[in-house]
Design a protein around this ligand. Structure first.
Ligand code: ADP
Ligand code: MG
Length: 248
């Protein structure tokens, strides 16, 4: 218990919710405690990530346990890998079980505010998923959407606008009913940008994600009341993680 508090204090981890798992003491724990594959662990270490960052220490175990998570940590604190690792672990465990299913759609959806960020996240996904055989798709241009969407892929990284376009197309260009993960990155920015606009979009997307086992994780750099309210209304037994002081 004391050790646990020491780790949380040392890394300024505040966690709010029920049955919060202990923060990771090291990346090795991914394998030892959570059964994350050697491949994923190796990919993480190959990035030169020696120690998990604060947000990684707490958000990764939560997501590995399938908990709905609202995570708040400063820019540059490694939030991308914090959601990629648990998503990759979950999806890699599914592989093999579901070969041959057609048009099942992606298993993880990552919503980001800009296309640049989508490309960046895809790059990190590719690095951390090396050797797993998962396919990651970023939809860039409308003309290529239909073509891309006919291919099977496991992870879709997109802006809300693109996704809404794909969902509302006469022939829906993507199926989100089999999603296991909905991750919203930089959600504080998206709630800010076109306040009601993004709320509506997220509502539409959320409704289309009909898998009762859908897990959700929202990441942001700043604490936003809007995001907190949305999480409390829409998520199950959500755990809030903040790194640093709550209002900075
Ligand atoms: P954020 O989304 O919180 O702004 P990023 O995920 O973009 O942060 O990560 C910022 C930088 O930190 C990236 O260059 C990333 O490769 C690096 N990084 C991520 N995790 C670690 C880690 N555990 N140790 C060292 N560097 C890391
Ligand atoms: Mg980020």
């Amino acid at each position: 218990e004391e050790e646990l508090n020491h780790l949380r204090n040392k890394h300024h981890i505040h966690a709010n919710g029920t049955d919060v798992p202990p923060p990771l003491a090291s990346f090795q724990e991914l394998q030892d405690t959570y059964g994350v594959s050697e491949v994923i662990l190796r990919n993480v270490l190959a990035q030169g990530y020696a120690e998990p960052t604060g947000i990684q220490r707490q958000a990764v175990p939560l997501m590995l346990q399938g908990r709905d998570t609202m995570a708040c940590a400063p820019t540059g604190s490694g939030k991308t890998a914090a959601f990629i690792v648990p998503v990759l672990h979950d999806l890699s465990q599914l592989m093999g079980e579901e070969n041959g299913e057609e048009n099942r759609g992606p298993r993880a959806l990552i919503l980001v505010p800009t296309r640049e960020l989508a490309k960046q996240s895809q790059r990190e996904f590719r690095k951390l998923s090396k050797g797993l055989g998962l396919k990651i798709c970023v939809v860039e241009k409308e003309q290529t959407m239909a073509k891309k969407c006919q291919q099977q892929f496991d992870i879709l990284v997109t802006t809300p606008n693109r996704l809404i376009y794909m969902l509302k197309n006469e022939l829906p260009l993507v199926t989100v009913s089999n999603l296991r993960w909905l991750v919203v990155d930089e959600c504080d920015k998206m709630f800010e940008a076109g306040k009601q606009g993004f709320r509506d979009q997220l509502g539409t997307i959320y409704q289309a994600c009909s898998n009762p086992n859908l897990r959700r994780a929202l990441f942001s750099a700043t604490f936003a009341q809007d995001v907190e309210e949305w999480c409390k209304l829409n998520l199950d037994n959500v755990v809030q993680v903040h790194i640093g002081a709550k209002n900075t």
